[in-house]
Design a protein around this ligand. Structure first.
Ligand SMILES: Cc1cc2nc3c(=O)[nH]c(=O)nc-3n(C[C@H](O)[C@H](O)[C@H](O)COP(=O)(O)OP(=O)(O)OC[C@H]3O[C@@H](n4cnc5c(N)ncnc54)[C@H](O)[C@@H]3O)c2cc1C
Length: 362
C-alpha cells in the first residue's frame, strides 16, 4: 500500500519520502499469494466488494503503467481458477451453497460448472463426488515481482527511501509535520500511514487507539506437478497458485498471532490439506514463510484522514485483499491528499467510523 501510494504521489510531481523500520520478515505484501479473483461480479452487495472488484479490474492498465515506469515487466497471469468442492464433506457443501448464492446475486456469467475433476488433477486427487467451478478469466500476479517493480519505479520517480522510524513523535506546526530521524529531519505537508499490521504502533504515538489484529498466514512452495498456469481452490480453504515451475500453497488464518516464521501450525495445515486433496503430490517444500495480514474489527480497511487539518492520512487494514485493492486505493488516497474527489466514495472506510479508531483518554 505504501509503495503504491508513494508512486502515485511521485507521478503527480510531489517530493516523496518513504520510511520503514523494516524490522519484520512478515510483511504481508511479500508473503501474499497474489490472487486477484473477481468471480465476474456485476452486482455488488457492499461498498467493500465493489471497491475490491473495481480495483482488480484496473490491474491490466495499472501493471502496464508500472512496467513502463519501472522498465521491468510485471505480468498479469490470466490462467483461470478451478474452485473445487468435495460433496462428501458437509462443511464443503455449505460453502458450495453460499458460493452459488453469491454468484447468483452478483450475476456472474464467466464460469462453467461440472461434476468432474479437471483433467490435470484426475491422476492426483482421490475426490469422488465433486462440484467444480471453472473461471477461465481469473488472474494472479507475482506479488514479490510487483513489490520489486513498485520500489524501482518509485526510485526512478525520485522517491527517497529511509530504513528506520522517526526518533520522536511526529511534530506538527503551521502546516508542516516534522519527522526527526537520527541523521536528519524531514518536513512534510502530508503524511500517509500505511504500516499494515504494525500501524497501531505508530498510531499509539499519536494518541490514537486502533482496534487491529494481525492475522498470521503461513504458506509453502512445492514443485508444480501439473505444469499449467491455472489456480486451484479446494473447498475454498486450500489454494495452489503457480509460480512458474512451482506452486504456492496456503494458507493458515491465525488471528492475534504476532509470531514470525513458518512453524508446526503451518506445517500441519498444509500437510493435512494436501494429504487429503492431493495425496500423491510431493509435499516437499521448496520454501516456507509467513506474513501478518492487517485486520480491523469490522474487517473493512481504514482509508481516509487521520487528521485533515494536519494533513495526516491512513491506508491500511485490507486484511486478505490488499494486493487486489492496491491500484484503486493508491488512486483514491492520492486524490484525498490533494483535496480532490476520489474515484470511489471512501466514506464507508472512514477510519473514525463507529468500529474504527479512538482517541486515547488522558
Ligand atoms: C499468507 C498471505 C496471503 C495473502 N494472499 C493475498 C492474495 O492472494 N491476494 C490479496 O489481494 N491479498 C493477499 N493477502 C493480503 C495482503 O497481502 C495484505 O492485505 C497487504 O499486503 C497489506 O499491505 P500493507 O502494505 O498494508 O502491509 P504490509 O505489506 O505488511 O506492509 C507494512 C509495512 O509497514 C512497515 N512498518 C512497520 N511498522 C512501521 C512503522 N512504525 N512505520 C512505518 N512503516 C512500518 C513494515 O515493515 C512493512 O514493510 C495475503 C496475505 C498473507 C499474509
Amino acid at each position: 500500500m505504501g509503495l503504491a501510494c508513494a508512486l502515485e504521489e511521485a507521478r503527480r510531481g510531489a517530493r516523496v519520502g518513504v520510511f520503514d523500520p523494516a524490522a519484520t520478515q512478515a510483511q504481508a505484501s511479500h508473503a501474499a499469494a497474489g490472487i486477484l479473483v473477481t468471480r465476474d461480479a456485476h452486482v455488488f452487495s457492499s461498498p467493500f466488494r465493489e471497491f475490491y472488484v473495481r480495483s482488480i479490474r484496473q490491474y491490466p492498465e495499472w501493471l502496464a503503467a508500472l512496467t513502463a515506469s519501472a522498465g521491468r515487466e510485471v505480468p498479469l497471469h490470466k490462467g483461470g481458477d478451478y474452485l473445487i468442492f468435495d460433496l462428501d464433506d458437509p462443511a464443503a457443501r455449505d460453502r458450495l451453497e453460499a458460493k452459488s448464492r453469491q454468484l447468483d446475486r452478483e450475476r456472474s456469467l464467466a464460469f462453467t460448472v461440472t461434476d468432474t475433476l479437471p483433467k490435470h488433477l484426475q491422476a492426483h486427487s482421490p475426490l469422488a463426488k465433486v462440484r467444480v467451478f471453472h473461471f477461465p478469466e481469473e488472474a494472479y500476479v507475482q506479488n514479490r515481482e510487483l513489490l520489486a517493480a513498485l520500489r524501482l519505479a518509485c526510485e526512478k520517480a525520485g522517491v527517497v527511501f529511509r530504513i528506520g522510524n522517526p526518533a520522536r513523535a511526529w511534530e506538527y506546526a503551521e502546516g508542516t509535520t516534522r519527522l526527526t530521524f537520527s541523521e536528519d529531519r524531514w518536513e512534510a505537508r502530508r503524511v500517509l500511514l500505511a504500516a499494515g499490521a504494525w500501524s497501531f504502533q505508530a498510531l499509539e504515538h499519536l494518541g490514537i487507539t486502533a482496534p487491529m489484529v494481525p492475522v498470521k498466514g503461513q504458506m509453502i512452495r512445492i514443485r508444480n506437478f501439473h505444469g499449467l498456469e491455472s489456480m486451484i481452490h479446494f473447498n475454498d480453504n486450500l489454494y495452489l497458485v503457480p509460480r512458474g515451475d512451482s506452486l504456492v500453497v496456503g494458507a493458515t488464518t491465525e488471528p492475534g498471532n504476532w509470531s514470525e516464521g513458518f512453524d508446526g501450525v503451518g506445517e500441519a495445515y498444509v500437510e493435512t490439506h494436501l494429504r487429503r486433496f492431493l495425496p500423491e503430490v510431493s509435499r516437499e517444500p521448496l520454501e516456507t514463510w509467513s506474513g501478518l495480514r492487517p485486520r480491523t474489527r469490522d474487517r473493512l480497511p481504514w482509508m481516509g484522514w487521520l487528521d485533515q487539518e494536519r494533513g495526516w492520512a491512513i491506508c491500511t487494514g485490507h486484511y486478505k485483499c490488499g494486493i487486489s485493492m492496491a491500484p484503486l486505493a493508491a488512486q483514491c488516497l492520492s486524490k484525498l491528499l490533494h483535496g480532490e474527489k476520489a474515484p470511489f466514495d471512501l466514506s464507508p472506510f472512514n477510519p473514525w467510523r463507529k468500529q474504527g479508531l479512538g482517541k486515547v483518554r488522558v
